[in-house]
Design a protein around this ligand. Structure first.
Ligand code: RB5
Length: 142
């Protein structure tokens, strides 16, 4: 299961990503917001992060206008490693080195095609483990 959450600035891109993932056969849960009315991104970052931390979802994708606020919110939940990615390389590294369990995107800054490539790269790249294992453990114990 992949949990999705967004504020008004991330609504449009969330819809695009949701449709894409559903077409590809992923189970997706949409935690809102469900339209472009102004809302507060911390609430939605937390919702998605809690869904992942509680293992109701394996991974989460959070989207606000810049991706910054909602990634900060998600990272406040214990067990969450949320990475704001603006390139395919960052998405691969977030998976390989940081075992990021939540991906953050900026709905107003990252256009759809690149956002799709980032999502694909993050979902299809494995955690390398090894020397990164201990570092991820240190993060989780903070
Ligand atoms: C909302 O206007 C905007 O501040 C929000 O989407 C996000 O960019 C915050 O980091």
């Amino acid at each position: 299961m992949i949990a999705l959450a967004n504020d008004h600035g991330g609504f449009e891109l969330k819809e695009e990503i949701k449709n894409k993932l559903e077409k590809e056969g992923y189970d997706v849960v949409d935690l809102g917001a469900y339209n472009e009315e102004s809302v507060d991104y911390p609430i939605y970052g937390k919702k998605c992060a809690e869904e992942v931390a509680s293992k109701n979802a394996e991974k989460g994708i959070v989207i606000c206008g810049s991706g910054i606020g909602i990634s900060i919110a998600a990272n406040k939940v214990k067990g969450i490693r949320c990475a704001l990615c603006t390139s395919v390389e960052m998405a691969k590294l977030a998976a390989k080195h940081n075992n990021a369990n939540v991906l953050a995107l900026g709905g107003r800054l990252t256009e759809k095609k690149l956002a799709f490539e980032i999502v694909d790269a993050w979902l299809n790249t494995e955690f390398e483990g090894g020397r990164h294992e201990k570092r991820v453990e240190l993060l989780d114990n903070m």
